[in-house]
Design a protein around this ligand. Sequence first.
Ligand code: MN
Length: 291
Amino acid sequence: MFNQNQVFTARTAQIGGSISVARVLPNREKRMIGAWCFLDHAGPATFEAGKGMRVGPHPHIGLQTFTWMIAGEVLHRDSLGSEQIISPKQVNLMTAGYGISHTEECPPNETLLHAAQLWIALPFEHRNTPPAFDHYSSLPTWQQDQVTLTLLAGDYQQQSAPTKIFSPLIGMDLTAAAESEISLTLNSEFEHGFFVLEGAVAINGEVLQIDQLMYFPVGSDPVTLSLKQGTRVLWIGGKPFTKDVLIWWNYVGHSKEEIIAADNDWKNKTERFGSIANFDGSRLDSPPLPW
Ligand code: MN
């Protein structure tokens, strides 16, 4: 069949401190790509030491936060007691499940930040899974001509990423050291998105710039990417959810009631979200519920 693609351009949003991010998911027309329900591109940003991102304690439910580091380092802490620096070419995966809270900050001497931060919605049957934190310091990576492919999640050809996931999906980084062309087979049961993190790419001849995402529905044909030198593309895909999840503030839910209950627990400082040791700063308050 002929590929029916759509292009979405990220909008600007603010996160902790003065860091602005490009947010492409969710957007008005497309809430999710498979279980991927949130996609922020942070940076590339440079700043004075001590002036980087600093996101205070906040809760999550019903999702996994997924960080793919490109440049600089970020320190993660959470209510399970995890304390982990993430460096380039590494993934941090925090499974919120029933409830977790965490902080994210640039280390004191850091002056760079470039990362992709995504959320993966947990399917209904796994929404209350116990919270967990996993750090992946190395992922399957290989070369095809001048392109380096790094499998961030799921399977591709003979490769399998160790990343713990709860629904069928894929995440891949493609980086071109020199101008190159690559053809990719798209799992026909998945919907797919290609997002430009650096450089520029033509996908089946259509040019995509930084912070643009090209969407391909289930059943799409293989695609050919023509990457300019220095281009980095993030490929995400997954089996479509039968129903979009609800996203409000830092919560992903399958009903308003779930989100309201979680927010009450956060406001009331119940055990559900625990506390974070060694973070110097105040917790984030949720905005008023829309319901
Ligand atoms: Mn968070």
